[in-house]
Design a protein around this ligand. Structure first.
Ligand code: PLP
Length: 393
């Protein structure tokens, strides 16, 4: 059998490569940070989700080591059998305090949090109304659930209202949205979504993966940005982005919802508990967040500076309230060339083109971090100018 299957895979792989969609891994020979080593050369990293620059933070490394010394390396169990230490409960409490929610449940990743959130709560009588640009893990989570599916165009409130009207026949309704959409960097219009949820009697779930730690004056996410702390039924998020970048996910929100997830959420019931070292670092991370707002302030300053300077230099950037800056190139081939030439200039950015973004909407995505210094931002802007000159003349 394998000979025939191998043929099949080789052909599919060749098709992926021919379509220019083959993913090659770039090997980093240093810790994650603003400056990284690639092929023995120092580069500036503008494509990590390391928004607060905590991925190589000495305090978190120390907390993680201490956590391992005190509570060991691994749990070798799921939570409800013998995989729950005092540390896990403490991290869950810290997350609830951070978001102003009632209770929190940890997962190995946000992919699991989203994969395990719908099926335990909703049945075929119910409705999930989902933004068309929601993350793959939300889409997969919705697929695992029997609820009726409604989709609305990205952040399109007229379309959402139509879907809510269509869903009035269902027993329960939930609107689901990313807090920040990763391709444009736009923040979901949670104020309007919340209003519509009240008008049409629906609940709301927000995936804060790209927004937590970033959006809002103190980085408490979109519920801070829109003054809706504690008013959204379900938030999901990751410890793999702004919050240290290691790994771990969570669902936080209403007490009874979290309670039901502990009873029935499959990635929670059937997958290993988070390692003590990661949990201990997570606790320290949330302590840091409550002690100072310096990192958020620096991230916001950096993002404003970068966007302002790029616009002054005549680049076409999508408006952004997040740390994601989409520099529009429009042409797919050109965007690839840009990304490649930027890399030659020692700047790591990602080019996105169809089918990841709509046709004719190719772009370079720049991700700003609190780890970036002014000189890093200036180097990135200079590289953009140099590459533009070489491409456009
Ligand atoms: C990154 C991301 C996830 C997945 O998070 P992990 O913890 O890495 O699994 C889920 N949702 C959104 C919106 C994301 O951006």
């Amino acid at each position: 059998m394998y000979t025939r299957f191998q043929e099949h895979l080789r052909k599919e792989l060749a098709d992926i490569e021919a379509a220019g969609l083959y993913k090659n891994e770039r090997i980093i020979e240093s810790a994650q940070g603003a400056e990284i080593m690639v092929k023995g050369k120092k580069c500036l990293n503008f494509c990590a989700n390391n928004y607060l620059g905590l991925a190589n933070n000495p305090e978190l490394i120390e907390a993680s080591k201490k956590g391992m010394d005190a509570r060991g390396f691994g749990m070798a169990s799921v939570r409800f059998i013998c995989g729950c230490q005092d540390l896990h409960k403490k991290l869950e409490q810290k997350i609830s305090e951070f978001f102003g929610t009632e209770d929190t449940i940890l997962y190995a990743a946000c992919f699991d949090a989203n994969g395990g959130v719908f099926e335990p709560l909703l049945t075929d009588e119910d409705a999930i109304i989902s933004d068309s640009l929601n993350h793959a893990s939300i889409i997969d989570g919705v697929r695992l659930c029997k609820a009726q599916r409604y989709r609305y165009a990205n952040a399109d409130m007229e379309d959402l209202e139509r879907q809510l009207q269509a869903a009035q026949k269902n027993r329960f309704r939930i609107i689901v949205t990313d807090g920040v959409f990763s391709m444009d960097g736009n923040v979901c219009p949670l104020d309007k979504i919340f209003e519509l949820s009240k008008k049409y009697d629906a609940m709301v779930m927000v995936d804060e993966s790209h927004s937590a730690g970033v959006v809002g004056k103190t980085g408490r996410g979109v519920t801070e940005r829109y003054n809706l702390r504690g008013q959204i039924e379900i938030l999901t998020g990751t410890l793999g982005k702004a919050f240290g970048g290691a790994m771990g996910g969570f669902t936080t929100g209403k007490k009874e919802i979290i309670d039901m997830l502990r009873q029935r959420s499959r990635p929670y019931l059937f997958s290993n508990s988070m390692a003590p070292g990661l949990v201990a670092a997570g606790i320290r991370m949330f302590e840091l967040m409550s002690e100072t707002n310096d990192l958020q302030d620096k991230l916001h300053e950096n993002t404003e500076y970068f966007l302002r300077r790029m616009k002054e230099e005549g680049f076409d950037c999508k408006p952004s309230e997040s740390a994601i800056c989409a520099v529009m190139i429009y042409d797919a081939a050109k965007s690839q060339k840009y990304a490649m030439m930027m890399q030659e200039e020692g700047i790591f950015v990602t080019g996105f083109y169809y089918p990841v973004v709509p046709k004719g909407q190719a772009r370079i995505r720049v991700q700003i971090s609190a780890a970036h210094e002014r000189i890093h931002l200036d180097k990135c802007i200079e590289a953009f100018k140099k590459v533009r000159k070489e491409i456009d003349g």
